[in-house]
Design a protein around this ligand. Structure first.
Ligand SMILES: *Cc1c(COP(=O)(O)O)cnc(C)c1O
Length: 369
């Protein structure tokens, strides 16, 4: 082995891995272009700002910051267990639900394993797969969503993990509950199915989500959820998984002992009980989705119907170029070329005012004003 740089020393999967590209921070655009009043609709964050209950919980938790956090997350787990009628020891807390995806990879994958996920699926799946040197098996999408039939046919003796995002990001596509359950039921027992429900709260208002009840039948099911989206705490990094007690035990063995900080634990617990904030979030999202899609229709643009707090719109031209022009008008959205959707942009639902600002900017950019 010839070693030219330290890159040659990295695990093969890491050498090939493409770093995750986050939505552009507001402050960065301010710095680069000297703009103010920037609208960011790029990272599916909650446009209402943090809830009052979460804020109050953080303020009281500040007093104890010299102490390590509760590494077992006792109070938050109790509250989640009660809310979803599961045992507390079926819950694993993560530094964002992204950490749970990584814990699954570290607990279950070796370079001999195969991991199945869909084309256009969430970008963190290939990252955690490659980081442990496992082989990614990417299954072509069906109408921008997961093709469960095709995914099932790709299961082999080597398959160890399957990632399914429902709704999916960045497409917003939603699989029917009965189809997801049938898929999980058809999996052999050597395959762990991770059902990523980061946008669950937006769906559960209009449809019954049964996935937690499936845990009783499928010890190989892991459901991941987050406080980053509907609960408006993306900056604090709190996610959780619901699984069998056995999987939770295994994930717990690989996580860092204090992976959630005290402010995050306190705020998430308070946010869970702030039903008023959640209702306002959902109402804003429903109205904003209608507003954006009406705007797209007016501009004769096609979009993918979305069950999340974002929508991907097809501009039928280079999305990156439109993205750059929108930046110059102080609007940050998300290019999705890395998701093999080069003509699309993904727009997070904002406040009514933010959505209007974006639509006006898009109209002007498309008219080349
Ligand atoms: C945003 C998102 C997540 C994770 O977010 P965290 O902030 O790490 O909880 C996970 N899955 C999907 C599909 C997402 O869009």
């Amino acid at each position: 082995m010839t070693i030219n740089t330290v890159y040659d020393l990295a695990v093969a999967g890491v050498q090939k891995s493409i770093p995750y590209k986050a939505g552009k921070p507001i402050e960065e655009l301010e710095r680069e272009l000297g703009l103010t009043n920037i609208v960011k609709l790029a990272s599916n964050e909650n446009p209402l700002g943090m809830g009052q209950k979460a804020r109050a919980a953080i303020e009281s938790a500040i007093a104890d910051l010299t102490l390590y956090p509760d590494g077992s997350g006792f109070h938050l787990k109790q509250a989640l267990a009660e809310k979803f009628s599961v045992q507390a020891d079926q819950i694993t807390l993560g530094n964002g639900s992204n950490e749970l995806l990584e814990l699954v990879a570290r607990a279950f994958l070796t370079p001999d394993c195969e991991v199945i996920f869909s084309q256009h699926a969430f970008a963190v799946y290939p990252i955690v797969t490659q980081a442990v040197g496992a082989k990614a098996v990417v299954v072509p999408a069906l109408h921008y969503g997961h093709d469960l039939q095709a995914m099932l046919t790709r299961v082999t003796e080597k398959t160890r993990v399957i990632f399914i995002a429902n709704p999916n990001n960045p497409t917003g596509t939603l699989l029917a509950q009965k189809d997801v359950e049938a898929f999980i039921a058809a999996l052999p027992s050597h395959v762990i199915c991770v059902l990523d429900e980061a946008y669950f709260e937006f769906v559960s208002q209009s449809e019954t989500i049964d996935s937690v009840s499936w845990l009783k039948h499928y010890p190989n099911l892991v459901i991941t959820r987050t406080f980053s989206k509907a609960y408006g705490l993306a900056g604090l990094r709190v996610g959780y998984s619901l699984s069998s007690v056995e999987i939770a035990d295994l994930l717990n063995r690989v996580r860092q002992p204090f992976n959630n900080n005290s402010l995050a634990l306190a705020a998430a617990h308070a946010a869970l009980e702030d039903t008023d904030y959640l209702q306002r979030t959902i109402a804003n999202n429903t109205a904003g989705m209608a507003q954006l899609t009406a705007g797209f229709a007016e501009l004769n643009l096609m979009w993918i119907p979305s069950a999340g707090n974002f929508v991907s719109v097809d501009l039928k031209q280079d999305g990156k170029a439109i993205y750059d022009k929108l930046l110059r008008k102080g609007v940050i959205v998300r290019p999705v070329d890395v998701y093999e959707m080069p003509t699309f942009l993904r727009i997070s639902i904002g406040t009514q005012q933010e959505n209007a600002t974006f639509l006006k900017a898009l109209k002007d950019v498309l008219a080349d004003v």
